[in-house]
Design a protein around this ligand. Structure first.
Ligand code: CA
Ligand code: CA
Ligand code: CA
Ligand code: CA
Ligand code: CA
Length: 384
């Protein structure tokens, strides 16, 4: 079934596209020409937004396809917006047994193998964004960690990943951030294998927190940096090698911050060129961010169901692409994205890209949201 048909079936149960909506739509189009159009709703909540997203999606000509999709996330109501942010744990011993983690922002954390089969479901609660780092110095040990922002708990939850890619039923450590309402989240591993949490809230405040254990194995943390952006943020990613943080203001642009040495209040962020909606291929919200090596930054452009690619070395927008309908359903309204450029075996010798899918269909049956896996070679082919 074509994406168009699937989206039509999403819309089918809603109120018909009325004359009033048409008037509203024309008003919005006129408004957007005069000044910055601010979306109040996501396509999933609003028929007009959906129509606009579908027509904007048609303008994106580069198409890749999902190689596999994960099982749906746990969600008693299939219409809920639950899956959010993927993270990848690479298995150095047996690359084909690497693990894809996915946050379920209402219920916890899932993990999947490369065939998309669920390995673990940890009902940890409202974990919004997650990230993974390997070979971190934590106390006296070197460990791999999965860390996430736990919204209702006001904590950053740290799970140690074992040699097979599993995590425990409960967080190994919790870092409280009182009254912060942690939202977007990512990790930074510096050149001394030291770990930092980058956590933001909807007010546009970003904290950089150190993560250490003392001799008794208790968690110690210090805020070493604080950044402030003008509007709501969520998606973030750190280029560890260059100690640079990228933050997306959902309805503005992507900003870059230098993560200086500890206890430095960093300077103002620098806007990535052509990351605003003056670039016709970018439709708000700007959501998940991921790095392809230190060369490219990819951003989910949620308002046209696509991904924008920026060349960081040349400070330049390169292209956009979408994930089309094929063996698996097309991908719409993506929140989190993740990329890993390791060799995952014969199926993915150059790595994988994992994205959240806002509307997951199997045939014409709607299922709870899930994650799609793309062969990174297909993305790299668009960049040559
Ligand atoms: Ca969503
Ligand atoms: Ca993430
Ligand atoms: Ca968001
Ligand atoms: Ca889909
Ligand atoms: Ca599907």
């Amino acid at each position: 079934m074509s994406m168009k048909f699937r989206i039509t079936s999403i819309l089918k149960n809603r109120v018909l596209f009325s004359f009033c909506t048409l008037i509203l739509l024309s008003t919005l189009v006129i408004e957007s020409c005069s000044h910055k159009f601010v979306r109040n709703k996501e396509a999933r909540d609003d028929q007009t937004e959906m129509e606009m997203a579908v027509s904007a999606n048609k303008l994106i000509t580069n198409v890749v396809f999902a190689s596999i999709e994960t099982e749906p996330v746990y969600s008693p109501n299939i219409n809920d917006d639950t899956a959010d942010d993927p993270a990848i744990w690479y298995n150095d011993e047996i690359p084909s047994k690497s693990v894809i983690f996915g946050s379920n922002k209402m219920y916890g954390i899932h993990s999947y193998n490369l065939m998309g089969e669920e390995l673990q479901y940890i009902p940890a609660g409202t974990i919004n964004n997650i990230d993974v780092r390997k070979n971190i110095k934590l106390g006296k040990k070197t460990v791999d960690v999965l860390v996430g922002s736990h919204r209702l708990n006001n904590t950053v939850d740290i799970y140690i990943i074992d040699s097979k890619g599993s995590i425990g039923k409960q967080a190994d450590h919790q870092l409280p951030i009182d009254n912060f309402d942690p939202y977007g989240f990512c990790l930074f591993k510096n050149n001394k294998q030291k770990l930092f949490a980058l956590v933001n809230n909807k007010q546009g405040i970003v904290y950089q927190m150190s993560i250490d254990l003392n001799n008794e194995g208790k968690l110690m943390s210090t805020k070493v940096n604080e950044f402030k952006l003008d509007t709501q943020v969520e998606g973030m990613v750190v280029d560890d090698e260059n100690a640079v943080l990228y933050v997306g203001e959902e309805q503005n642009a992507i900003f870059k911050f230098e993560l200086q040495a500890e206890n430095n209040i960093a300077s103002r962020g620098k806007m990535l060129k052509d990351s605003e909606d003056s670039n016709v291929n970018i439709r708000y919200d700007i959501e998940g961010l991921a790095l392809l090596n230190s060369t490219y930054l990819l951003a989910s452009s949620q308002g046209n169901f696509s991904y924008a690619v920026f060349d960081l070395k040349r400070d330049k927008y390169v292209t956009s692409f979408k994930i089309g309908d094929n063996t698996f359903d097309a991908v719409e309204e993506t929140d989190g994205i993740e990329i890993n450029t390791n060799n995952f075996g014969p199926d993915y010798p150059k790595g994988i890209m994992v994205v959240q899918d806002g509307f997951n269909f199997d045939g014409d049956i709607k299922k709870a949201q899930n994650f799609k896996i793309v062969d990174l070679r297909d993305v790299m082919n668009l960049l040559d």
